[in-house]
Design a protein around this ligand. Structure first.
Ligand code: PLP
Length: 423
């Protein structure tokens, strides 16, 4: 670190990094300037434990209106009857849902982390795998698709109290109806975690979990392009038995979020979520969401044309999982070498990977962020070329430096931080 660095100078450096590079991390995006302004607003000063009109602090009259707008817009956008917009993150949203609906020691069933699931879906290193007894479903080795048949056999045998579907690294749409059939058969609660795909679901481009799933959790900062945060939704509210008492699921979730696992909500973030929900209802956002998928399909095809093995042979969403085992490079090496050319993506386990999560055999690529920058299908061939050239010239520093310069010049045509969506 340069001894003259301070937080402001480092923010400028980070801004330069974001501007000049190709952002291919599937869980990242660039928020609009409206959202950025609201995140940095004085709303951050206010404590507001509780919910609109039921607060534990004075002076919440205006905050109440803001949070109510966010709730109303979330319900409209996701076609839900109930929304809680307070979770600080996607992980906190999942924590609250488990707390609301099951007891410690109960069995939960999630998507195997090494096949594309998330830590909070029962991984042993996460609270979800230590407080609850977790079992997993995964992918079919041949097709790279969720093995629904095996999932139902495991579920019927082990009878989890809660099944969670949704993923961090799965490039295909999800058949929520198949999960519902199994959940009905064994009487378990069905949760969809749409952290990655929320923006593609609300625009009707991917299957909607409602009415099949009882509860939806999400982040607001990936394809949805809002501030960093979490969200919980219930389609049709229902009575649920917890500790011998029947209560509405919506009430159980409200209590689980606060006071169950959080204190004061971040009202600046909640206001920014409200803006993101409104942006996601616009025609411009629908064009954006369609372009994300078009870009992902084009990039996936260009990579396959260059001999890259794409898990499941393509993508339905924003995400591409590349198996590098035929390319003589690990996921870790690829991530590191790509970053030197200002291409940012992350190493990722591929199904049936024999390498550790810190090394991995693959990389995960997403198109949500570059689509916000304005890149289109015909730019994807260039990106695939750059990725390939960097990987095959991994020891050629000069070649990589030239590619980095090309990328930096190219990205000057796509300015950031002025992607104002609503006035
Ligand atoms: C499917 C899924 N759920 C939950 C999360 C957790 O979100 P957060 O990082 O906001 O806790 C993620 C984030 O990567 C995710 O991919």
């Amino acid at each position: 670190m340069n001894h003259k660095d301070n937080i402001y100078s480092l923010i400028e450096k980070e801004k330069d990094r974001q501007l000049r590079g190709l952002e291919l991390i599937a869980s990242e995006n660039f928020v609009s300037s409206d959202i950025l302004n609201v995140i940095g607003s004085i709303l951050t000063n206010k404590y507001a434990e509780g919910y609109p009109n039921k607060r534990y602090y004075g002076g919440c009259e205006i905050i109440d209106k803001i949070e109510q707008i966010a709730i109303n817009r979330a319900k409209k956008l996701f076609k839900a009857n109930y929304a809680n917009v307070q979770s600080h993150s996607g992980s906190q949203a999942n924590t609250a849902v488990y707390l609301a609906s099951i007891k410690p020691g109960d069995i939960i069933m999630g998507f195997d982390l090494s096949h594309g699931g998330h830590l909070t879906h029962g991984a042993s290193v996460n609270f979800s795998g230590s407080i609850y007894r977790s079992i997993f479903y995964g992918l079919n080795k041949e097709t790279g698709l969720i093995d629904y048949e095996k999932m139902s056999l495991i579920a019927i045998e082990k009878k989890p109290k809660l099944i969670i579907c949704g993923a961090s690294a799965y490039s295909r749409d999800i058949d929520y109806k198949k999960f519902r059939e199994v959940a009905d058969y064994i009487g378990s609660i069905l949760v969809a975690d749409i952290a990655h795909t929320a923006g593609l679901i609300v625009t009707g481009l991917l299957n909607h979990p409602f009415p099949h799933c009882n509860i939806i959790t999400s982040t607001t900062h990936k394809t949805l392009r809002g501030p960093r945060g979490g969200l919980i939704l219930v389609g049709n509210d229902f009575e649920h038995e917890k500790s011998l008492k029947k209560q509405k699921m919506s009430q159980l979730i409200d209590k689980a979020v606060f006071p169950g696992c959080q204190g004061g909500p971040f009202e600046n973030i909640i206001a920014a979520k409200a803006i993101a929900f409104k942006e996601a209802m616009t025609k411009e956002y629908l064009f954006y969401a369609k372009q994300i998928i078009r870009n992902a399909k084009a990039l996936s095809k260009s990579l396959m044309d260059k001999g890259y093995n794409i898990i499941s042979g393509g993508t339905d969403n924003h995400c591409i999982l590349v198996d590098l085992r035929n390319k003589n490079i690990t996921g870790k090496e690829a991530e590191n070498i790509l970053v030197t050319a200002d291409i940012t993506c992350n190493k990722n386990m591929v199904p049936f990977d024999n390498k550790s999560p810190l090394i991995t055999s693959g990389i995960r690529i997403g198109t949500a962020a570059i689509t916000t920058r304005g890149l289109k299908e015909n730019d994807m061939e260039n990106i695939a070329n750059w990725i390939n050239e960097v990987i095959i010239n991994k020891s050629n520093n000069l070649k990589i430096k030239n590619i980095k310069n090309e990328i930096n010049n190219f990205m000057k045509n796509y300015p950031l931080f002025n992607n104002k969506i609503l006035n």
